[in-house]
Design a binder for this molecule. Structure first.
Ligand SMILES: Nc1ncnc2c1ncn2[C@@H]1O[C@H](COP(=O)(O)OP(=O)(O)OP(=O)(O)O)[C@@H](O)[C@H]1O
Ligand SMILES: [Mg+2]
Length: 220
């Protein structure tokens, strides 16, 4: 079996790319061997995994490949037979060649998006990126993942606008919750945090289910 590849990308900084990558990696680890490719020179995913305690290591392997730049896809191909799932955590930069390269070998692009006006305005750049990548990689599927969703009608309004955007939204949404920040601090995922992270675990599991459903339809 060769790995299914999921790239998590958005040119907007701080929208939750690393959070989505790492939480999904934790969930996917129950379904197979998982590699997180840290394609961001900020190395947030690498530091995250390194913050794990010795008795509870991060459940997936994290490897730093930001330096590969436009050749990232070639590097990622080397891991195809060793893993069942590869998640590529992209940098936020508009100029970086990394997302384009990652999308060349991806089955699925996930675009975390905060339902707020500035994030919506920035989304058009990412849509262009996905369109360009789709022209080179015909099978590429893309989904926007609403993240840090507030409990206000403003969030709903922006999500409503996004639904006509050309890239479908996942049904699952991640709300704004402290558990996600804590998981990063302790180098873990919400799944290991017990009852206090119950709501986060539930929504990550829904997202995971949706993504497994999409990936199961991908022929390889
Ligand atoms: N659903 C959420 N609820 C609360 N905090 C969140 C949520 N998602 C992400 N965060 C926090 O927001 C900050 C930015 O998230 P993250 O690092 O995942 O974004 P990013 O898109 O990877 O950022 P960058 O563009 O710098 O790589 C982090 O402190 C993270 O813990
Ligand atoms: Mg990041």
């Amino acid at each position: 079996m060769t790995a299914k590849i999921v790239t998590v990308t958005n040119q907007k900084g701080g929208c939750g790319k690393t959070t989505v990558s790492m939480q999904l990696a934790g969930g996917l680890a129950k379904h197979g061997r998982v590699l997180v490719v840290d394609a961001d020179a900020q190395a947030t995913a690498t530091r995250w995994a390194a913050s794990a305690s010795d008795d509870q290591p991060f459940p997936a392997t994290v490897t730093g490949l930001a330096a590969a730049g436009a050749k990232l896809h070639r590097e990622v191909r080397k891991y195809l037979t060793d893993y069942d799932f590869i998640l590529i955590d992209c940098p936020p930069s508009v100029e970086s060649p990394v997302p384009q390269s990652a999308l060349l070998v991806s089955d699925l692009a996930l675009i975390p998006i905060i339902p707020a006006p500035a994030d919506l305005w920035a989304a058009s750049g990412t849509r262009v990126l996905i369109e360009q990548a789709g022209a080179l990689n015909n099978g590429l599927i893309a989904r926007m993942v609403p993240n840090m969703v507030p409990r206000t009608s403003l969030g709903d309004e922006v999500l409503g606008e996004l639904s006509g955007y050309g890239i479908p939204l996942t049904q699952a949404q991640l709300r704004q919750r402290t558990a996600y920040r804590e998981a990063q601090v302790y180098g873990t995922t919400v799944h290991t945090m017990g009852a206090r992270a119950r709501d986060s675990i539930e929504e990550v599991d829904l997202l995971l289910e949706e993504i497994l459903g999409i990936l199961s339809g991908v022929a390889r």
